[in-house]
Ligand binder design. Structure first.
Ligand code: IMP
Length: 167
């Protein structure tokens, strides 16, 4: 029978998200920051992070459909006009790097003034695409994780911690 094993407990998660928010605010000074949340996985992370970034912070959304490897990644919705704005892309997890790379270049083509990226989780051992992540919450081993927005077939998103899914 499958089970969940806590990998990042709620308190640790909360503290790190707060820290990340302060690090990001420091990078931008008192300027306006446009956050772009990747739906759906980064929703909970983005909601907490933008409040810790604070100040003049805006929130936009981009929705992607992850298809099979051969079909690539389909961007089905983007809410914003980011031309000439200082932006940060908010992702839940980076595995091979393909998703982040695809979204980053899509957004970069819209001529933002600057574009950084933050991912709550990173699996460095599974990286296939060379990308830079400017802010990382936690580096984790190559395990399938759920919780705090991350799902398995739509389940487990609402957990307030990150857990390893053991099939
Ligand atoms: P990448 O394109 O290989 O970097 O994969 C990133 C995407 O795969 C993320 O945005 C998630 O949707 C999904 N993903 C990768 N690893 C996990 C995981 O451990 N749990 C849940 N989703 C994951």
């Amino acid at each position: 029978m499958s089970q969940l094993r806590i990998l990042i407990p709620s308190e640790l998660l909360k503290n790190r998200v707060q820290e990340l928010g302060h690090e990001i605010r420091k990078k931008y000074g008192s300027g306006s920051v446009t956050c772009i949340c990747v739906l759906r996985g980064a929703l909970f992370f983005a909601a907490d992070l933008v409040r810790h970034i604070g100040g003049d912070v805006r929130l936009e959304f981009i929705h992607i459909n992850n298809q099979s490897d051969s079909m690539g990644i389909d961007i089905s919705y983007f809410s914003g006009n980011i031309a000439d704005k200082d932006c940060i892309l908010i992702e839940d997890i980076v595995e091979t790097g393909l998703t982040l790379q695809t979204i980053y270049s899509y957004l970069n083509n819209q001529n933002p003034r600057s574009l950084y990226s933050v991912s709550l989780l990173d699996k460095p051992s599974t990286r296939h695409h060379s990308i830079e992540i400017d802010f990382i919450g936690f580096s984790i081993p190559d395990e399938f994780v759920v919780g705090y927005g991350l799902d398995l077939h739509g389940r487990h998103r609402a957990l307030d911690y990150i857990a390893t899914y053991i099939p």
